[in-house]
Design a protein around this ligand. Structure first.
Ligand SMILES: CC(C)(COP(=O)(O)OP(=O)(O)OC[C@H]1O[C@@H](n2cnc3c(N)ncnc32)[C@H](O)[C@@H]1OP(=O)(O)O)[C@@H](O)C(=O)NCCC(=O)NCCS
Length: 279
């Protein structure tokens, strides 16, 4: 059977109008690699400088960037490489991690890798085999009557800085119940982590990873994608893909004992939840 896979790239202004098609047997669609070099070459055209004597080192780095990317499913075998990327970037530059200067954090490592066996997470890999972007997803089931209420995340967290972030997540959980908003939904796919290599940002790679996630959800009968965005940039990614904001907590309004807990640098002014229904 032949299946055409089309990435929805309309949200990428620099490459709109492009369609990537790939032909596969349906049962191996998760292994699909969509070669994106043309897309990236186009989307980077405005960024890439022309060759010339006056090229400064940052420009040369951009010119030398390996633009031959593929997007594929993450498996357990990728665990170490995924963690290497996240520890180098996400642990340091996600706005809340950066604000608390998180440092080493085994709890966050465990959170990141917990759902990899679902094969619902995706990576962007360059032709040198380096992972340059990931989206890590996990399925969340609706609690059933009689279920024990889940333990507070902060209660079991030994890392003092990460515990502050977990306490914020507990606060959001108390304020906002997604299953109340969508009573007909019995599970959703949670985009838990999204991270793109600094050199590859602003090229729409997070959107392409999200597109694969949407494709996975559709093929697995999951009707809702949920993203908690601590970053203005990740919220922009979702807005460009027609997600809707269903919850917003300005960081200035989150106070413990009267004190503001998080004050990340601009433009990260609020934690926001964005969702997209797939039916
Ligand atoms: C959030 C993140 C994954 C977005 O990835 P991306 O592939 O750069 O996404 P996009 O190319 O769609 O750009 C998204 C927004 O980032 C900003 N951006 C653009 N170029 C950028 C660059 N060179 N560097 C940083 N941010 C840039 C823009 O605001 C852009 O929105 P716009 O298109 O409306 O201008 C990436 O910025 C990242 O890894 N950040 C650190 C980790 C993090 O905060 N993760 C999200 C936690 S919820």
């Amino acid at each position: 059977m032949q299946v055409d896979v089309q990435t929805s790239v309309e949200h990428l202004p620099a490459i709109s109008g492009m369609t990537v098609t790939s032909t596969h047997d349906s049962h191996i669609m998760d292994e699909t690699c969509l070669m994106l070099s043309n897309l990236l070459t186009r989307s980077m055209a405005s960024k890439a400088p022309a060759l010339g004597d006056g090229m400064v080192s940052g420009e040369k780095e951009l010119h030398d960037l390996d633009r031959d990317l593929s997007i594929s499913v993450i498996t357990e075998a990728d665990t170490e490489d995924v963690l290497e990327l996240l520890k180098r970037l996400f642990f340091k530059d996600e706005p809340l991690n950066k604000y608390v200067q998180l440092g080493e954090c085994k709890e966050l490592e465990k959170y990141c890798t917990k759902n990899l066996s679902e094969h619902s997470s995706f990576k962007a890999v360059n032709s040198r085999g380096e992972i340059v972007g990931v989206t890590l997803n996990g399925t969340i089931m609706k609690p059933q009557p009689g279920d024990e209420p889940p333990a507070k995340l902060a209660d079991n967290c030994l890392h003092p800085k990460f515990r502050k972030i977990m306490a914020l997540m507990d606060h959001v959980d108390e304020q906002f119940d997604i299953f109340e908003l969508y009573p007909d939904i019995d599970r959703f796919l949670d985009c838990k982590i999204i991270s793109v290599d600094t050199r590859y940002r602003g090229m729409g790679i997070a959107g392409m990873l999200t597109d694969r996630t949407l494709d996975y959800a559709t093929r697995n009968g999951i009707k809702l994608l949920h993203v908690l965005c601590s970053s203005h940039f990740s919220a922009r990614v979702m807005e460009k893909m027609d997600f809707s904001e269903v919850y917003r907590l300005p960081y200035a309004d989150y106070r413990v004992d009267g004190e503001q807990v998080f004050d990340p640098e601009q433009p990260h002014v609020a934690l926001r939840i964005l969702t997209k229904r797939l039916d």
